[in-house]
Write a protein that binds this ligand. Structure first.
Ligand code: LLP
Length: 442
């Protein structure tokens, strides 16, 4: 069965009677007029369709736990939706922990990941009752044990390992290969277990964690990941007599940014994982563990679009035509960071013929601030609203204030209603952390 990550557009996208693109029953031009641009628009139905697909696809494995990878896009409203959908949260910083907590999220359904968690972050996690912490390295084991001791707590931990699986995605978003900054090498696991057993009495090792990468289109890597982890569980059981009953497989399922992308469905990935669990529990004679997955992009990526207003343009004599918009690498750094490509449409001209090859540039003082290179679009005029699809994941969450450009607003649309979920930043907020020491005022 097809799932929403396999489509470029949010599931509610259509052309309405005004001849404009509509998402979640809301006319994108009306949204641009009401909330101004750049604007992030999130379609609630697409988000919930993805969470429901995950639950449905994995329903034959009752020990499954779904954790939304908050790093993809996190606001308090998203925490509420995830809670309603029965998802937990994968958190990776003090800021994400604090956001979940202040949204009233049940902290016993959260995990804490990351390769350099600080004492303060670990303490916040322990005090707020995070369910499990995935330990990334020897330094962190010692640090966390100190935190746990100081707070008189016993903490459940997973060991994050690098399973040595390479997937075909951008180098910067591959994580499971051996030469990676994340996790314990397979050859370091035993040493970690020895120390936990002998010295770190406040840590309780319950399982293993791996994350092989992001924007993954292949299923075989998930089959292999399960195999590598289960083999380790068996080895650890034989060598140390420890029964690890928890496995975290990370996230990674890809989405369709352009027609070139061919992501697989949630059902295909679920079938592969469940099948591999069955085969490898039998092969290694181990119990079926509790299995966590942490999808981020596939839950929220397709649901989000960004709207910009067309401003100045430039025709290079005998060269490219550049069309500038009112945002750029500050609200979406992915094109400049990863050469990411997007599907683009003009929200007020969805039916017009695409006659012009144009490069959409941002407004930042940097030549690399290009949002989409050489896309075929109808003739763009000043004031047109340009819609970038699939910006829901790692767009707003990686936004910056480069050039002191304000962070955009985000709205959630559903059934003809639009609600602000992030206010547009103001100039006052932009400056509120700035301090002028007295001696500079004199
Ligand atoms: N779990 C762990 C431990 C992770 O590191 C990540 C993503 C996820 C889960 C979620 O992966 P997803 O399902 O979203 O693929 N900024 C990059 C993506 C970085 C992904 C980092 N880790 C981008 O814009 O493509």
């Amino acid at each position: 069965m097809k799932t929403a990550n396999q489509d470029i557009k949010p599931i509610t996208t259509r052309i309405n009677d005004n001849g404009n693109i509509e998402i979640g029953g809301c006319d994108l031009i009306e949204l641009a007029n009401k909330y101004a641009t750049p604007l992030y628009v999130f379609d609630e139905e697409t988000i919930r369709s993805m969470t429901k697909s995950y639950k449905d696809a994995f329903k034959s494995y009752p020990n499954m736990r779904m954790m939304f990878a908050s790093k993809a896009f996190m606001t308090k409203s998203i925490c509420k939706i995830m809670a309603q959908e029965g998802f937990g949260l994968d958190l990776c910083s003090g800021g994400e922990i604090y956001t979940a907590y202040s949204a009233g999220f049940d902290m016993s359904k959260t995990l804490f990941n990351g390769n350099n968690k600080s004492y303060e972050e670990l303490e916040l996690a322990v005090k707020l009752g995070i369910e499990t912490i995935s330990c990334d390295n020897f330094f962190e084991l010692a640090l966390l044990n100190n935190v746990a001791m100081a707070n008189d707590k016993q903490v459940n931990i997973l060991l994050r390992i690098t399973p040595g699986i390479e997937c075909h995605t951008h180098e910067y978003i591959q994580t499971g290969h051996l030469d990676s900054k994340f996790g314990f090498d397979l050859t370091q696991i035993d040493e970690a277990i020895e120390i936990i057993k002998d010295e770190y009495k406040n840590l309780k090792l319950i399982g293993l964690h791996a994350h092989i990468g992001s924007q993954i289109f292949e299923k075989q890597v998930y089959f292999d990941e399960v195999e590598v982890i289960f083999k380790e569980i068996k080895r650890i059981k034989d060598k140390f007599g420890i029964n690890l009953n928890t496995v975290n497989l990370g996230g990674g399922l890809g989405i369709k940014y352009t027609e070139k992308d061919k992501p697989i469905s949630v059902y295909e990935i679920a079938e592969t994982i469940i099948n591999s669990i069955k085969i490898n529990t039998e092969k290694y004679g181990i119990e079926k563990p509790i299995v966590y997955i942490e999808p981020g992009r596939s839950i929220i990526g397709t649901a989000g679009v960004t709207l910009y207003t067309a401003g100045s343009s430039k025709q290079v004599p005998n060269g490219r035509r550049y069309q500038a918009v009112d945002g750029g690498m500050s609200d979406n750094p992915r094109p400049s960071l990863y050469q990411a490509e997007y599907t683009v449409e003009i929200a007020n001209k969805p039916n017009e013929t695409e006659t012009e090859l144009v490069t959409i540039s941002g407004k930042h003082c940097e030549s690399g601030d290009i949002l989409a290179k050489d896309v075929l679009l109808p003739v763009i005029e000043e004031g047109d609203v340009i819609c970038f699809y699939d910006t829901g994941a790692y767009g707003y969450s990686m936004s910056t204030n480069y050039n002191r450009v304000l962070k955009p607003a985000a709205v959630l649309v559903n059934n003809g209603k639009s609600d602000i979920i992030i206010n547009r930043q103001t100039y006052e907020q932009l400056c509120e952390s700035d301090v002028i020491p007295d001696r500079l005022n004199g």
